[in-house]
Design a protein around this ligand. Sequence first.
Ligand SMILES: CC(C)(COP(=O)(O)OP(=O)(O)OC[C@H]1O[C@@H](n2cnc3c(N)ncnc32)[C@H](O)[C@@H]1OP(=O)(O)O)[C@@H](O)C(=O)NCCC(=O)NCCS
Length: 171
Amino acid sequence: MGKTLRHQVVALWLDVAATKPPGLPPQVRTGAARRRAECMLDSAERGTARLLVGTEAEHLRAVCFLVPNTSPVMAHWCMLTAVMVHPSCQRRGLGRRLVSHALEWAQEMGYEAVYLIARADRWLEAFYASCGFREVGRSPGAIREHDHRIHDLVHLWCGLGIAQPTHDSGQ
Ligand SMILES: CC(C)(COP(=O)(O)OP(=O)(O)OC[C@H]1O[C@@H](n2cnc3c(N)ncnc32)[C@H](O)[C@@H]1OP(=O)(O)O)[C@@H](O)C(=O)NCCC(=O)NCCS
């Protein structure tokens, strides 16, 4: 991965972090976002995550990562994480297109399903539902913001339409 792309991804990540709800106190938010961005980019460079970018007129506008499982018994599905559209470009359909490309890419790579976790938030849940995900579980109170607001964590799953193997009946 070139240095320019790395810088562009980190810059987009910081711009998104600056506009997100409180979550973390402002004085630690930027540092935390930068560390997570660098960590995900290192994974992409090592090949333990795959970076998908969305551009418009050669400007980076959107990113997300697909993360394969290391366990062989879960190798048939992967995780989608860090789905982000630059704040200046949100609500123009880029997010839905990005997720749709990520699902297509996962299917091309042979995955049978994609999993993601998201903060419980009605519009975010509606966004992922419109992309084909359904809720499969919820971790109550899993997110505690610095201002003491508490949110559930929603577990979302999108099957990719590949025939599922039948369960071993043990006979
Ligand atoms: C979540 C995110 C990627 C969506 O990207 P986007 O390009 O704005 O989304 P789209 O324009 O494709 O929106 C698709 C639909 O989602 C819903 N939606 C998206 N943003 C919304 C908002 N702020 N409020 C209410 N509904 C919203 C709408 O139903 C929208 O369809 P509509 O515009 O026709 O009504 C973007 O808001 C983002 O980067 N947020 C910050 C990072 C984040 O929270 N990522 C999720 C991590 S799990």
